[in-house]
Design a protein around this ligand. Structure first.
Ligand SMILES: CC(C)(COP(=O)(O)OP(=O)(O)OC[C@H]1O[C@@H](n2cnc3c(N)ncnc32)[C@H](O)[C@@H]1OP(=O)(O)O)[C@@H](O)C(=O)NCCC(=O)NCCS
Length: 164
């Protein structure tokens, strides 16, 4: 998309970021936990202490943050070679190429940092996200049946992975 700037998130972005993360994660399932409820101070601190192999990007249109991507290293010493992927774009800016811009950057970052695999879990009904990762040659590695219970319905989640 023209006029979109993708850059690393800065601690000063915390307040605006929290707003869009809350907005996107209430409308779509982004996290496993129920609610995103970090304070501005907590988010500022989080953004100021990212490890060298932890990518946190924001997409800016005009002077507004419209999306974010996080590629975070798994904590277990047996899984440090894997990074998890979270991505969210506010509704008015979806399907305009921003997710693709983000993924291109994330894959390049993973190559530079020697990350071996990117892994992500996507709800079975989230076709936009499945299509996005498939476009970047992620493979479906499995399905977790009845993994989520949302609004009275069980939902399967699909595990997607990309070897870098
Ligand atoms: C999933 C998401 C990140 C995709 O980002 P995006 O900026 O809309 O993606 P792009 O515009 O780059 O599109 C990339 C591909 O995704 C697919 N896609 C995007 N929007 C779609 C939609 N509404 N329906 C079906 N496929 C869609 C298409 O295959 C598209 O490729 P194409 O442009 O060649 O047709 C975005 O829709 C989003 O933030 N959704 C809400 C949060 C979320 O579900 N996050 C993922 C779980 S962590």
């Amino acid at each position: 998309m023209t006029n979109t700037i993708i850059r690393s998130a800065k601690p000063e972005d915390a307040e605006e970021l929290i707003e869009i993360i809350k907005d996107v994660s209430t409308k779509h399932r982004v996290f496993d936990h129920d609610e995103f409820n970090k304070t501005v101070e907590e988010e500022k601190e989080y953004l100021s202490k990212l490890e060298d192999n932890h990518l946190f990007l924001v997409a800016i249109v005009g002077d507004k943050i419209v999306g974010w991507l996080e590629l975070f290293p798994y904590k277990s010493k047996f899984k440090r070679h894997i990074s998890g992927l979270i991505i969210g774009i506010i509704d008015d800016y979806q399907h305009q190429g921003i997710g693709s811009l983000f993924l291109e950057k994330a894959i390049n970052f993973a190559k530079e940092k020697g990350i071996v695999k990117i892994s992500t879990e996507i709800s079975e009904n989230n076709l936009a996200s499945q299509n996005l990762v498939t476009k970047f040659v992620f493979k479906q590695e499995g399905k977790l049946e009845k993994e989520l219970f949302i609004k009275g319905k069980f939902i399967d989640t699909l595990i997607f992975g990309k070897i870098i």
